[in-house]
Design a protein around this ligand. Structure first.
Ligand code: HEM
Length: 201
């Protein structure tokens, strides 16, 4: 099963990029292919990020512990699409004028939120190897909680980017709220209840 699912996720993971490249090369994009590249890679990065966050709740709800094997792959695809997204922004939006990038960071809150989301993904991607998991021990889990902050920043980035109709970003925000809410709920149930007050004599 594992031998089949991993390559399948691998193929599904590169499909958006293959389709995007094909669309750009064959003129199947909108009138603004650069924008299409940035938007498509941004949304796929968010989708993979949320998919990786969905693994733990799905595992708990279904009891399918094998799902955990696919979390890293999904997270790495999120990072991969975020890298292409950032490269697209730097190349097509800012033509590698880094003074403009810094001005954007200071003046456009949605860009700041995107950068925060991306910056937090970097240590997660670097430490996703078996070697790092082993050498960081318990600290690895602590570090990887940054994924929650990264996902919140990514959803805020999307919400602030959209000016007219916020329906779609709100749906992603709702999904993230459910995924994080379930974790909080399970965490609360695991914590010991405060001792009942001693009865008055
Ligand atoms: C590295 C920092 C980032 C920068 C500079 C950046 C920049 C941008 C820009 C300029 C757009 C609007 C493109 C346009 O309207 O033409 C955009 C849209 C978007 N970005 Fe980012 N982004 C960053 C990180 C991220 C990350 C990490 C994610 C997801 C995890 C993400 C998800 C999105 C989404 C979902 C959209 C909207 C897509 C749509 O409307 O269909 N971005 N980003």
């Amino acid at each position: 099963m594992r031998r089949l699912v991993k390559p399948l996720i691998g193929v599904l993971g590169v499909l958006p990029l293959v389709w995007l490249t094909f669309a750009v090369l064959t003129g199947r994009t909108s009138a603004n292919p650069a924008e299409d590249i940035i938007l498509t890679t941004g949304i796929w990065s968010l989708r993979f990020l949320l998919a990786s966050l969905a693994i733990t709740p799905l595992r708990r709800l279904t009891g399918w512990n094998v799902l955990i094997q696919y979390r890293r792959m999904l997270g790495l695809f999120a990072f991969f699409y975020a890298c292409v997204h950032l490269a697209g922004y730097l190349a097509f939006d800012r033509f590698f004028a880094f003074d403009e990038v810094f001005a954007d960071l200071a003046k456009r809150p949605f860009i700041t939120a995107g950068m925060v989301a991306f910056a937090l993904m970097v240590p997660l991607a670097i430490t996703s190897t078996r070697g790092w998991i082993r050498s960081l021990g318990r600290r690895w889990q602590l570090l990887h909680r940054l994924v929650y902050v990264s996902a919140i920043a990514a959803v805020i980035h999307y919400l602030w980017k959209v000016k007219a109709d916020s329906t779609l970003p709100l749906r992603y925000a709702l999904l993230l709220a459910v995924l994080l809410g379930l974790r909080l709920w399970w965490l609360r149930r695991r914590l010991p209840r405060p001792a009942a007050a001693a009865p008055a004599r």
